[in-house]
Design a protein around this ligand. Structure first.
Ligand SMILES: [Fe+2]
Ligand SMILES: [Fe+2]
Length: 218
């Protein structure tokens, strides 16, 4: 099997990701994931965010030492610092709202645990970048946009945290995953593994979101 050219390879990955997004969006609509927010739902959503941000930092950190170039090592460590900073900002907001910042961190939903165990088990930084940063992390700005719109009238401070810090930092590190994948996922075997990692990552992410939304409905 021949390796794809870098741009073709990235397109293959993003095509699969976008197909998954379409499917997930249709399912989200079918079980009413976008229903009106209550203070309790906002708290749960922030607690979910703590797990996602902290885990993104934790699974990425070990790969800093494996990147061959200093410049990219520096950027990845900034990424890790940003995600951990987001987790601590969310924890602070939960405390201000009199919630338990680590409720979901201490007792993660089974599907959420499976998602991050999978990311932690990957054998190369290319697979990790395909499954997390080029995979479901790309959905974050989209789902946040609808959350910000709905949370703004009830809790403008939480809306501001998402808009001015979390999403602003996200925009600053979006280039990193395509850059790393273009440079290092250059042989057919690595490319195939990356595609597989992205598909499994999206699948597990979808299940985690669904399981989370079920806890809100109950
Ligand atoms: Fe983040
Ligand atoms: Fe991020």
């Amino acid at each position: 099997m021949e390796a794809l050219a870098p741009e073709e390879f990235l397109k293959q990955l993003s095509d699969h990701r976008e197909a998954f997004w379409e499917k997930m969006t249709a399912e989200r609509k079918s079980y009413g994931a976008e229903k009106p927010l209550t203070p309790q739902i906002i708290l749960r959503r922030l607690q979910f965010g703590v797990v996602m941000e902290r885990k993104a930092g934790e699974v990425s950190a070990p790969w800093v030492a494996h990147l061959p170039e200093l410049e990219l090592q520096h950027c990845l460590s900034e990424y890790v610092a940003n995600e951990l900073k987001h987790a601590s900002i969310l924890r602070k907001r939960i405390t201000e709202l009199n919630g338990d910042p680590d409720a979901l961190w201490r007792h993660p939903l089974e599907e959420l645990k499976q998602l991050w165990d999978f990311h932690a088990s990957l054998g190369s930084f290319c697979e990790l970048f395909a499954s997390v940063q080029y995979g479901h992390e790309e959905f974050f700005p989209r789902t946040s946009k609808s959350f910000i719109e709905r949370v703004e009238p009830i809790d403008p401070q939480t809306a501001a945290i998402y808009r001015d810090t979390l999403l602003a930092d996200e925009a600053g590190h979006e280039w990193l995953a395509p850059e790393i994948l273009k440079r290092y996922a250059s042989d057919a075997k690595t490319q195939a593994r990356c595609l597989e990692a992205l598909q499994t990552g999206c699948e597990l992410f979808g299940r985690a979101i669904q399981s989370f939304n079920r806890t809100l409905a109950g």
